[in-house]
Write a protein that binds this ligand. Sequence first.
Ligand code: GDP
Ligand code: MG
Length: 455
Amino acid sequence: MPPLSMKRSAIDLEEMASGLNKRKMIQHAVFKELVKLVDPGVKAWTPTKGKQNIIMFVGLQGSGKTTTCSKLAYFYQRKGWKTCLICADTYRAGAFDQLKQNATKARIPFYGSYTEMDPVIIASEGVEKFKNENFEIIIVDTSGRHKQEDSLFEEMLQVANAIQPDNIVYVMDASIGQACEAQAKAFKDKVDVASVIVTKLDGHAKGGGALSAVAATKSPIIFIGTGEHIDDFEPFKTQPFISKLLGMGDIEGLIDKVNELKLDDNEALIEKLKHGQFTLRDMYEQFQNIMKMGPFSQILGMIPGFGTDFMSKGNEQESMARLKKLMTIMDSMNDQELDSTDGAKVFSKQPGRIQRVARGSGVSTRDVQELLTQYTKFAQMVKKMGGIKGLFKGGDMSKNVNPSQLAKLNQQMAKMMDPRVLHHMGGMAGLQSMMRQFQQGAAGNMKGMMGFNNM
Ligand code: GDP
Ligand code: MG
């Protein structure tokens, strides 16, 4: 396919590129610093196979200890470890029932008592019992504590002394915020905390407090909790955690991907979009770019606010296959058809063209017609966007689009979209945030934006 005729446009590509680089450099520096902060410089504790590994949980009341004990037990059990749970929380009514319920559901052996009130006794008895039965992972849940409750802190120390845990896990709620450092330190001062688990990262909290917890306990984060369900639990990974902390999604990856697409192509496209023009060839090249960018869900996963569950694997393959098919059809079109600013009209004027293209690409005439319908929708949208004054001035949309124009644009896009997809994206709000991200992160990468619109 011959390249689009290039016309040097008013867009300052140099400035765009250097802006992108500057942002990238700053982001990179901040990123690196934060990565350092979550690395306490010690290796995370891991259990030893064939040995009795005793893990004791500590943390504030409500931080998610009992839930997380069950999650961790389930995690190891699924990996083939002989795993059990002990409830040494005699403080909160119903604590044993809660653990028992979780354990029963996950078929994890457990130990506890409704009558014994001394947590040291329960913990010791439980550990003794399970050690004798050769359990490999023995997890001990304790009662929640507040920093001020000295007696409870003392009790925690006694439990630790009695059972001699191999690993003490400090559980912290991601939303705890400022108080985090003092709290974590209070625990570390009393018992030998060696690991941190951050819970409730599924909520609004980004978990910035975890950085203080790591500093205060000199312990690495080993897992994160991302929901109330037993498998809402993931081994801790530094990079995604920091990304979320910065509200970036995997912006770095996204920018890299976008940079891989040649900005020169963008330039020509933006120039045409400015005038509300959009040809079949433009559509072809957009599709090409989407394919180049790699697996669809991977791209979406990089956009802040999108989960990887946005599209199931099956759907993605379908979408890709569909794109490929559309491109095959366009491969059978000639230059006149591809480069007309009203490609659909060229075909409707001479319907014989539809038959020729269908034959050439081995599809039905209906397939060709559908492609033309799709193209018409796109072209209409571009026309409307081109009509929004100043939208593409200078190429950097984030500078030029005012809020009301943006709202208008978003509405246009929403109208063109499959409502189910829109729903997946979190409705209008989700779409808007995606648009903003694209404008900020990808400097007017219209191709990407419009490509997604087609899915
Ligand atoms: P404990 O007092 O430290 O034992 O805390 P619990 O395990 O009883 O948890 C307190 C509340 O937080 C419960 O309602 C849990 O369902 C909830 N919870 C725990 N972990 C998470 C998590 O990762 N995400 C969410 N959304 N809720 C959690
Ligand atoms: Mg509890």
